[in-house]
Design a binder for this molecule. Structure first.
Ligand code: NAD
Length: 425
């Protein structure tokens, strides 16, 4: 089996680890790193050392594509740049794996879908949470009809003050870069919902606000390293305590001014940090979703309510107390009829990023002959639909109106895919 020659585009944390060092460590028999493209030459150089590669470094994708002719581009740049890079790679005749979110606006979604169709190449979207063993088990239970017809979902995601704050230190904190966390972060969660429910979101309404970060902060400084409030700030982040981040971002910031420890209380931050959303699906499932970014816990609550019962999980990621090293899914029956009223389904806690999803996704994409029994491998339609859901939520939070996905992008909402066919209510 020939190895796939890939080019890594963007060597921040995600590119350097997940799609650089870790990919080569675990999947070397399937891939070869042919080239690295990184706008910041010092970060590119540092990343190349960390990855342990001697692949040539390029400052932009065009010169790399012209000289190297890889088979595959893996896109790990900031969200608003994905579309341009994806389209250039597709037009050069190669496949793409893009980090989530696929992109940040309706026009950019259109560009990507058009280019994929025009070139006949393939884009994979990195929805790793679909591969978490708990997610796979829940999908199996839903597919088996264990709780009858699903009627509603409760889905609440909690980011703690370490992880949540990180989005407010950097480019993610501006809607034009990330589409807000409705797109940047919730793309994972909306995709999970679309996949679990096997349907498209149809109408979205939302409330959102900036309650804690940005202008709501008590004081502010240029960046943590130079901040006069460092001694009194709950969000002070000492980059020198993390040698990996320090190497990858601190000296390179002298070239591009991209500080890894930006102040979370910058006045101009324009994304919400507290978000609630209601979604109606085409198959008439109603979803209640929320995302909060400054919790003492990290993890989520998820429950599917059906005509015959309920599936629920509290997935733990970090909390100031001990939890067992396994996850428990509860399958609770309305009418047991001789079966157990509640089944506790224990799923071992897998190591590796995103509840073990990162490793399983790389297996699916790179190992030959992998069976995709649960439809976990995600392409551009899934990438687009989850971004549209985020755009609809952001729009609703700003206008106070319910947003129809079909109004945002009629050609996708009515594209004839099984998910786009309305189920009569
Ligand atoms: N799937 C997941 O769970 C997951 C987890 C983390 C990050 N991500 C995604 O990965 C992507 C990267 O995240 P990150 O935290 O590493 O970001 P980052 O800001 O740390 O790194 C991005 C890098 O891209 C470089 N860059 C910017 N524009 C470029 C261009 N046009 N050409 C080449 N290089 C360019 C920057 O200089 C930087 O080094 C984001 O889209 C993010 O959403 C996904």
């Amino acid at each position: 089996m020939e190895k796939r020659r890939f080019a890594l585009i963007g060597t921040g944390n995600r590119g350097t680890t997940m799609w650089g060092k870790d990919l080569l460590a675990g999947w070397r028999e399937h891939v070869d790193l042919t080239a690295i493209v990184e706008k910041n030459p010092l970060r590119g150089e540092r990343a190349r050392n960390m990855i342990g590669s001697n692949a040539p470094l390029y400052a932009n994708i065009d010169s790399m594509l012209a000289e190297q002719k890889p088979d595959l581009a893996i896109v790990c740049t900031p969200d608003q740049t994905h579309d341009d890079i994806i389209v250039r790679a597709l037009e050069s005749g190669i496949d793409v794996i893009t980090e989530k979110p696929m992109t940040t606006s309706v026009e950019k979604i259109r560009r990507i879908l058009d280019a994929e169709k025009r070139t006949g190449r393939r884009v994979d979207v990195s929805f790793n949470y679909r591969y978490a063993p708990t997610a796979a088990r829940i999908k199996e239970l839903l597919n088996a009809g264990e709780i009858g017809r699903v009627t509603s979902v409760d889905f609440h995601w909690y980011l703690n003050t370490k992880h949540g704050a990180d989005y407010f230190r950097r480019w993610h904190a501006y809607t034009e870069n990330s589409g807000s966390l409705f797109v940047h972060k919730a793309t994972h969660h909306f995709d999970l919902l679309n996949w679990y429910l096997d349907s498209d979101p149809e109408a979205v309404t939302s409330f959102a606000d900036l309650q804690n970060y940005g202008r709501k902060g008590p004081f502010r400084g240029p960046r943590c390293k130079l901040c006069p409030h460092a001694h009194e700030c709950d969000y002070y982040f000492d980059i020198e305590k993390d040698p990996f981040l320090d190497q990858l971002y601190e000296d390179p910031s002298k070239i591009d001014g991209y500080f890894r420890d930006g102040c979370v209380f910058r006045e101009d931050i324009d994304i919400p940090d507290t978000m609630v959303v209601s979604i109606r699906y085409r198959n008439n499932v109603h979803v209640s979703y929320s995302l909060n970014t400054f919790q003492p816990i990290e993890g989520h609550h998820l429950a599917f309510n059906g005509t015959k019962g309920r599936i629920e999980i509290r997935q733990y990621e970090a909390q100031p107390w001990e939890e067992p090293k396994e996850d428990t899914i509860l399958l609770i029956r309305n009418f047991p009829n001789g079966r157990q009223a509640v089944e506790r389904i224990v799923v071992p806690h897998f190591t590796g990023g995103h509840y073990g999803g990162d490793d399983r996704m790389r297996n699916m994409i790179f190992k030959p002959d992998m069976e995709d029994r649960l439809g976990q491998r995600a392409g551009t339609r899934a990438g687009a639909m989850s971004v549209l859901c985020g755009i609809a939520a952001l729009t609703s939070s700003r206008t106070g109106k319910v947003v129809d996905i079909a109004e945002l992008m009629p050609e996708l909402a009515n594209d004839g895919s099984p998910n786009s066919l309305r189920t009569p209510r």
